[in-house]
Ligand binder design. Structure first.
Ligand SMILES: NC(=O)c1ccc[n+]([C@@H]2O[C@H](COP(=O)([O-])OP(=O)(O)OC[C@H]3O[C@@H](n4cnc5c(N)ncnc54)[C@H](O)[C@@H]3O)[C@@H](O)[C@H]2O)c1
Length: 453
């Protein structure tokens, strides 16, 4: 496998052999939800990792053996540190790395356009420290073309030795190697071990693909190679757009089913018994997380450059963005049935994480729902075992404290937004005056107090 794409005694073959012998040093840039677990996987396999982050608090926490991600324990960090994990905000250490993996955020700006500033800033920061023979892999989700059109030009222009990225037909020894490999983690999903999720890689040239495949082959069981960084970038977007469009479809069918008096959850369960051709997706209060609400718009933005409108993405966005508003009108309707108005009512929002059993608030529909409820004059409280407080985020500033679950009867409405598995739903229904359930968390509980929406 080695010899066809990587020439013997070339810088690429040296790096490949260093990786295989676990002597390569790996730099992970961005020690967040993606970068930190990745760094731990490498240290478990005895590769020495340096984590780079501009957030000094994260750097200090890791270097003192702590963790800032709920599902990663201090013990895991301690074990990784014993195997050489360290963190730094000092980019000059990039020159000591053999492989550099970039896992920085790719959000949308206020106009719903891609914000690549984290990637470009990273490019500007690492370029002066690049040296020949290094492998640079971008993992951040982004539109096809980012690696080649945005990252590589910065690295080539701003390195101090005039190094060029190795491309097909230009594989001089005085270059560096570049690939894209999307992150596919599903936070909170314990059914598939991370190393069993196949890893897609697309290099700028065959050597870069080979090196990236070797690097990821140390921690993932299966590597899937595609022909270019753009194909790898597009693969990730296809996966997320597929989810986004299908979630929009069930959200729309849920709203119709509610009108028709049909239980959509029962229907999805029944349809899921089909042994082929159907994959279940579930309706909810709106999309959340760093990926599904954001990534499809990276492609629809890029498509405009090609005079192309991605109508499925736009339509799915329209339906999914409307879901928090549907939740509000369901709460209004349920209160109205009890001769109450939302204005002045006490509402407890149960669960604010963007999905069950995780400590991630990013783009959570709960935040929009809380803001909409407040705008309508409701007195809003929340409870979430993962968030003692909600402070300031990129788009919100709620400054709220987690309420207690005692005395649920004092609320006019308990609104289930995130169905954490620790909640005792029969007890919640028993004690509450009214429960509006956006997740079918109260499945099987027969009570007039429950309104499913
Ligand atoms: N979280 C997920 O489940 C998930 C899944 C698949 C893909 N992704 C993608 O992976 C990428 C990273 O996501 P995440 O969830 O880890 O984000 P995150 O916000 O948890 O972590 C990103 C980290 O990068 C750091 N950072 C920002 N700019 C930096 C710079 N110039 N130099 C060094 N560090 C910098 C931040 O301080 C932060 O610690 C995004 O593109 C995201 O779309 C995330």
């Amino acid at each position: 496998m080695t010899t066809r794409t990587v020439q013997p005694s070339s810088p690429a073959s040296e790096l490949k052999s260093k990786i295989e012998k676990r002597e390569a040093r790996v730099g992970v840039i961005g020690m967040g939800y993606v970068g930190l677990p990745l760094a731990l996987l490498y240290t478990e396999q005895d590769l020495r990792v340096t984590g780079f982050d501009i957030d000094q608090r994260k750097v200090d926490t890791l270097n003192s053996g702590g963790s800032y991600i709920y599902r990663i324990t201090k013990e895991e960090i301690g074990a990784a540190r014993a195997k050489g994990l360290s963190a730094t905000s000092d980019y000059s250490q990039i020159s000591e790395m053999d492989a550099i993996i970039i896992c920085v955020p790719t959000p949308l700006n206020e106009y719903h356009e891609p914000d690549l500033s984290y990637i470009t800033n990273t490019g500007h920061a690492i370029a002066p420290h690049l040296r020949a023979g290094q492998l640079v892999v971008l993992e951040s989700t982004t539109y096809p073309g980012t690696t080649e059109e945005v990252l590589v030009p910065i690295l080539e222009k701003e390195n101090k030795s005039g190094l060029k990225a190795a491309r097909a037909g230009n594989s001089s020894d005085q270059g560096f190697y570049v690939a894209f490999s999307p992150e596919r983690e599903d936070p909170g999903n314990t059914s598939v071990a991370r190393r069993d999720i196949p890893k897609v890689v697309g290099g700028l040239d065959p050597q870069a693909s080979e090196l990236a495949a070797t690097l990821y082959g140390q921690i993932f069981r299966r590597i899937v190679r595609v022909s270019s960084p753009a194909a790898a970038e597009m693969t990730k977007l296809l996966e997320n757009i597929y989810r986004c469009v299908n979630i929009a479809l069930v959200n729309e069918l849920k709203m119709l089913s509610l009108r028709m008096g049909i239980d959509i959850w029962e229907v999805i369960d029944a349809a899921s018994t089909k042994p082929f051709g159907f994959q279940p997706f579930y309706p909810g209060p709106g999309l959340g997380g760093h990926c599904i609400p954001v990534d499809p718009f990276y492609l629809s933005w890029k498509a405009k450059e090609w005079d192309f409108r991605t109508r499925f993405i736009e339509l799915a966005g329209e339906i999914n963005i409307g879901m928090p508003y549907h939740v509000i009108s369901s709460v209004v309707g349920a209160l109205n049935q009890r001769k109450k108005s939302l204005n002045g009512s006490k509402v407890l929002v149960l669960g604010v994480a963007y999905k069950r059993d995780i400590d991630d608030l990013r783009e959570s529909p709960a935040l929009t729902i809380i803001e909409l409820l407040q705008k309508e004059g409701a007195q809003v409280s929340y409870h979430d075992p993962y968030f003692p407080t909600i402070g300031r985020g990129r788009k919100y500033d709620l400054q709220m404290k987690c309420a207690s679950l005692e005395d649920l009867g004092k609320y006019d409405c308990v609104l289930i937004v995130t169905d954490h598995s620790d909640y005792d739903y029969p007890k919640i229904v028993r004690e509450a005056q009214l429960v509006v359930d956006t997740r079918n968390a109260t499945k099987g509980i027969q009570s007039e107090k429950v309104v499913r929406c």
